[in-house]
Every structure is written in structure tokens, then in C-alpha cells.
Design a binder for this molecule. Structure first.
Ligand code: URA
Length: 221
């Protein structure tokens, strides 16, 4: 089963690398299909590859990735335990926003990745992945508030780059990350058939410590 999932994800990755369904592949170095565990319980969905991701063919390996690693570490997770993907899988030129037709062209790849991994929790990073599940949501109002649907939780989070740009969001982002673990436990209970209807649990505020100095000094993109 595990091998089947890995093989199915590898097949998608191959298709992504060769993909010419929209203009985004032009001028890129690598497609960035996504990376992580085929059995991940938690899947993160970002926006699209940036400069470093394009060079390495891997998601979230630049400054946003450093911050994402820091946040995962705070909740006791390693990248290898989760799956990280993006809404578009080639880098938009100059890191511009992905266009609707580009998101649509890439959608079958992401849909299929979700179907194969079947994560218990999908955490969206930023507005483009949020829009898949919270079409009218405003991130400042709904971040950290899970939606439970079809034995899965969807939790909208700020994009790490937005938090790096605006350190005032840091505390909320860390609280939202702790919330992921609570939400995961709720979904597991529900899937085991032993819990009352899923309800939003109170978010634990994170310990008031500082991120590594290098993160506070980061310049974006
Ligand atoms: N930002 C994203 O949304 N995705 C990445 O992979 C890197 C930066």
C-alpha cells in the first residue's frame, strides 16, 4: 500500500516535471511536484515555487522554507513526516501571483496527490490554497479555524512569507501551528468512531520565545 502510494506520487511528479499545460513551465529550471511522506497525516499546500524551489525542484527550501521548518519543529514534526505541495508546480515569473487558468491547469495534479495521500489534515498556506476550501474566507479572520468535512480537517494558515514580512503575525502563526496537532487528534478520534461531533478547540498560545535570530533577520525573496 505504501509502495503503491509512493509509486503513484512518483508518477505524478514525473508528469509535473514534463508538464506544458500552462505557460508557467517556460523559463523554469525544475517543476516542483511536492515532497514528503506518502503516508502523511498532515499535508501543507502553499502557493507556488520561488527562486530556490525552482533551482532545487523541491517545495519550501528558501527563506519561507526555513521558517516552515522552524514551525514544524515547534510542534514536534519533521518535514519527512508531512507532505508539502503547492497550488502551482512551476515558478511564476518574478514570483508573481499564479493566474486562475494556471491554478486550474495544475489542479488535477494537486487533486490526485490529495487523493493518494488521503491526509487527515490539510493546512493551507496563504490565500491561493485557502481559496480551494474557504472560497470567501479572509485569512485575517479565519486563520487557525478548522473546517471538518468528510472525515478530514482543513485549517487555513498565513503564508510563511507573509509572517516573515509582518512579524506581528508570528504569535498567531505559532498558535495556529499548535492547533494543527489538536485538530489532528480530533480527526483521528472521529475516524475511530469514538468522539462527539468535531468542534473547534481552544488554541493553546505558544510559549513566548523567539525564533532563531537568522529568521528574524531574513529578507524576503
Ligand atoms: N512559497 C510557496 O508558496 N511555495 C513554495 O514552495 C515556496 C515558497
Amino acid at each position: 500500500m505504501t509502495d503503491d502510494r509512493a509509486a503513484a506520487l512518483a508518477a505524478i511528479a514525473e508528469q509535473v516535471r514534463d508538464c506544458t499545460l500552462c505557460r508557467l513551465y517556460e523559463g523554469t529550471t525544475n517543476g516542483v511536484p511536492g515532497a514528503g511522506s506518502p503516508q502523511a497525516e498532515i499535508m501543507f499546500i502553499g502557493e507556488g515555487p520561488g527562486f530556490h524551489e525552482d533551482k532545487q525542484g523541491l517545495p519550501f527550501v528558501g527563506r519561507s522554507g526555513d521558517y516552515l521548518n522552524y514551525l514544524l519543529d515547534k510542534i514536534g514534526l519533521k518535514r519527512e513526516q508531512v507532505f508539502i505541495a503547492n497550488v502551482v508546480k512551476h515558478r511564476p515569473p518574478d514570483n508573481r501571483d499564479p493566474l486562475p487558468d494556471e491554478i486550474l491547469a495544475c489542479k488535477p495534479y494537486l487533486d490526485r496527490q490529495i487523493e493518494i495521500i488521503n491526509p487527515l489534515v490539510i493546512a493551507t498556506l496563504g490565500r491561493f490554497s485557502m481559496a480551494r476550501y474557504f472560497p470567501n474566507g479572509k485569512i485575517t479572520q479565519i486563520h487557525g479555524q478548522p473546517k471538518f468535512q468528510d472525515s478530514r480537517a482543513y485549517i487555513p494558515l498565513f503564508h510563511p512569507a507573509a509572517v516573515l514580512r509582518n512579524p506581528e503575525l508570528r504569535r498567531g502563526m505559532e498558535a495556529d501551528f499548535h492547533r494543527i496537532i489538536e485538530v489532528l487528534a480530533q480527526v483521528k478520534q472521529q475516524r475511530a468512531g469514538s468522539s462527539p461531533p468535531l468542534a473547534a478547540a481552544a488554541a493553546e498560545p505558544p510559549p513566548d520565545d523567539e525564533p532563531p535570530a537568522k529568521l528574524t533577520q531574513l529578507k524576503l525573496f
